[in-house]
Ligand binder design. Structure first.
Ligand code: HXC
Length: 263
């Protein structure tokens, strides 16, 4: 008899803390629509559980997540098709951003593209020393579509956000700490312990005060976020009308450098 495949999103409850683990290691936790759907339903369940007061979202040792699943997007031939196929998918990043309970991203290894955007949608980001953050989408002929241009810019400022989004420059954990993308950096072997310790601390605090605190901090930097996200998404979908998007994504899947022609 075949063993059941392991779930791509695992949930462990430890008292008032839930640990949600992305578990698709062979694809470096590429965020497929199946995986993001499972993540959203796990979060819905935890949000509705009165005994859970804080959530840790983590990946594996090599990757928190290497982005949205490129093989799923590569054949989308127009902005219209991209919108139809991806709008529900993209809304799941916002689901993380709208959680009422505090959520801590515990990031080791790659947090690229949609993976970086997922960490940015969390309230706190604890990074292992080997974590790497980046928005490499231009190399695929598209742009960040799950909040990267908006949340990253709010976190690190225009100069560095431009550099990362336009050139695909990656930030190592220490630089991410200096530039305000993460708030703590720890050794990889204690990453999860540290994130759980922080979550347990949050779980002891007054839930309504925490909720008000996170909404208030978000309000300080989120003015205009909704319209920013909308503008980003329109531009993202529009790039599926270009042949450079098809070339960029196919080149990744075929493991060759892309040749972009500006059309
Ligand atoms: C699909 C992916 C993937 C991804 C990695 N894999 N990232 N599959 N989508 N985003 C797969 C590879 O194809 C490979 O599968 C396996 O994971 C291991 O990856 P390798 O490339 O062999 O590993 P390595 O050489 O160590 O390089 C690691 C890496 C590289 C630097 C992280 O995988 C990489 O550049 N990945 C893509 C990063 C990226 O462009 N992210 C943005 C995606 S767009 P096989 O089967 O060959 O072993 C995006 C838009 C978000 O996120 C908003 C819209 C939804």
């Amino acid at each position: 008899m075949n063993a059941q495949p392991e779930p791509e999103v695992q949930v462990e409850r430890d008292g008032a803390v839930a640990i949600v683990t992305l578990n698709r290691p062979r694809a470096l936790n590429a965020l497929s629509s199946t995986l993001m759907k499972a993540l959203a339903s796990a979060l819905d369940e935890l949000e509705a559980s009165p005994d859970i007061r804080a959530i840790v979202l983590t990946g594996g040792p090599r990757a928190f997540a290497a982005g949205a699943d490129i093989s799923e997007m590569k054949d989308l031939a127009s902005g219209k098709a991209a919108r139809a196929a991806l709008s529900e998918h993209l809304a799941r990043w916002d689901r993380v951003g709208r959680l009422k309970k505090p959520v801590i991203a515990a990031v080791a290894g790659y947090a690229l593209g949609g993976g970086c955007e997922l960490a940015l949608a969390c309230d706190l980001v604890v990074a292992a020393e080997d974590a790497v953050f980046g928005q490499p989408e231009v190399q695929l002929g598209v742009i960040p579509g799950a909040g990267g241009t908006q949340r990253l810019t709010r976190a690190v400022g225009k100069a560095l956000a431009m550099d990362m989004v336009l050139t695909g420059r990656r930030l190592a954990a220490r630089e991410a700490l200096e530039r305000g993308l993460v708030s703590r950096v720890v050794a990889p072997e204690v990453l999860l312990d540290e994130a759980k310790r922080l979550a347990r601390r949050l779980a002891e605090l007054a839930p309504l005060a925490l909720r008000a605190a996170k909404l208030s901090v978000a309000a300080a930097c989120d003015r205009g976020l909704d319209s920013g996200l909308k503008a980003e998404r329109e531009a993202f979908y529009g790039l599926f009308d270009t042949s450079d998007q098809a070339e960029g994504m196919r080149a990744f899947v075929e493991k060759r450098p892309p040749v972009f022609e500006g059309k």
